[in-house]
Design a protein around this ligand. Sequence first.
Ligand code: MN
Length: 203
Amino acid sequence: MKIICIGRNYRAHAEELGNKIPERPLIFMKPPSALLVGNKPLYYPDFTSALHFECELVIKICKNGKHIDEKFAHRYYTEVSVGIDFTARDLQNQLKAKGHPWEIAKGFDGSAVLGKFVQLDEKQRKSGIQFSLLKNGEVVQLGDTNNLIFSIDYLISYVSTFFKLQIGDYIFTGTPEGVGPVEVGDQLVGRIGGEELFFCNIK
Ligand code: MN
């Protein structure tokens, strides 16, 4: 199982961090040990003082494939959820400035929160998926897959030209604007529509 993540896939988020809009999807990965499931808490890591949430729509790959044509990509996922791409923003900024890989800022233990998966219906495939993140009861991020720079089907096709997609792989499709820091004691809740799919306490 691999966790593939897409960076800068919403215009307003790329702009809020002062990044250019990419011409091709920006891809990175997290190791399986980054997964945090079952509503477990995240213990604030001691190597950062700027732990940020990025709420993202996540798809689960249900079929093996390589060089997947975009027009068949919809066959490769039937379930979606929301998750958090936790980021040690201070470390990431230092690494970015040096042009270094940013794995330690993005792939640390517990950095990939995943909610319960739900079946995607035809209506959502056509009209898009709306998701949100609440921090201590207040909505801090609102996402809509209609606003993706690179669509889910395009991402599947593009990613599969480099990495064989395998059953059980996850793709974090990028975060909308509104990312921000968390503190010990915060509670995060991720939703698709009105359905709560995960909660995560920061300890
Ligand atoms: Mn992200």
